[in-house]
Design a binder for this molecule. Sequence first.
Ligand code: ADP
Ligand code: MG
Length: 486
Amino acid sequence: GVAVAACTVAALVVGRRVRSRRKWKRVVGVLKEMEESCETTVGRLKQVVDAMAVEMHAGLASEGGSKLKMLLTFVDNLPSGSEKGIFYALDLGGTNFRVLRVELGGQRSDLDPDVEQQPIPEQLMTGRSEDLFDFIASSLYQFVEKNDSVQSPITKLLGFTFSFPVKQTSVSSGVLIKWTKGFAIRDMVEKEVAGALQQALTRKGLNMRVSVLVNDTVGTLALGHYHDADTVAAVIIGTGTNACYWERTDAIIKCQGLLTTSGGMVVNMEWGNFWSSHLPRTSYDIELDAESPNPNDQGFEKMISGMYLGDIVRRVILRMSEESDVFGPVSSRLYLPFTLRTPLMAAMHEDDSPELTQVARILKDVLDIPDIPLKARKLVVKICDVVTRRAARLAAAGIVGILKKIGRDGSGGITGGRSRSDIKMRRTAVAVEGSLYTQYTMFREYLHEALNEILGEDIARHVVVIVTEDGSGTGAALLAASHSSE
Ligand code: ADP
Ligand code: MG
């Protein structure tokens, strides 16, 4: 009797082990499927590069010709470093706004701006435009008073960074297309943005002129160009993602007869909305998009930027948790969108402790998944790696797409012909900003690695990525300086 009982127990144990091995196999299957659909071989990235260049063309050819809006900025010269004088900037684009003053001494002088930041009272974000701009004008008045004479007869110049979609009508004016990020001031929509600020400044009796109206990518390009005259494009990879670059005016076909003294103009791509069938898309991306407040919008951004990466990871963990018990019983927190923020995802990805203690802590504290075995923690790191690697490599492909469009990718332009080695590649700089890039080492390294792979080392040697700091503030002040004669 005893012997029989022992056999039954052993059979039970073996049965359980087989079942759990089968479940582990299922989880590995989910991972494998996800890895395959996130595949970014160099061949595929090159297809994305080509698609980006083609869409840029289409967006420049006609209004609505592409998902890329390719907005004119009317910024037709970039700071050279020779600017002199005192300039101000106002940066409005989120929950805080900043005012800033910079003194320029020519000869690429060091920039050491005075900056003040203030939260925008919530009721002003959904009230009347006059109240918002009066509030901003008052803050600006107090800020100016600290350093300069507010009554001075010399008109002070202000660069205004307004990071909402604007249809620009000149370098210093534009109409708000729609609010985003929690703002909802109805009487502002389709109204002139810089004009509204200018009127408030005048009401306040502040002798200051809004001389440029720009978005944050344009500020970043300006700051990059101030430091390095080879800078031709700027990319922001933070909560969202966007890029702008310097284009020849004769390539901006949708605006016939556009003339500038420099022969060029900065174009704001709004690249977050880029789309191509070559993008490696997973079921997680499709679900994320469908459940978002803006489905079918900002497809590129949803695969790349800080707002979304953590949530893609959450979705994969949820799927695995539903298909097996490697994460214990399915945690209800896994069903909550955006519970896993990207900085925490980065912390798990970059956990280099042998026991992955950071991973364990974050899973427990944030997702309510306690005590999982090391191999399951390793799995989480792997998921983060796949999601970030894809994002960074796609961002790199986007950058090369821009370089290709302007003939700086070493391929001899869209017409091609010459072989790579025949071409004398000009040094080319791209300004990059945004915490995803600056704070997430693995993201940054994957991006650089992909640039090298796509361009090839010979060409990549001539392409430098420069990190600028606070282009949305300082860059706007620099543009106020370089456009001061207009
Ligand atoms: P914004 O884009 O809002 O102007 P940032 O450029 O600072 O501001 O980007 C903020 C975003 O960057 C956050 O929403 C987050 O997704 C991401 N982020 C911030 N810190 C980190 C980090 N340490 N690791 C990874 N991502 C980060
Ligand atoms: Mg920003």
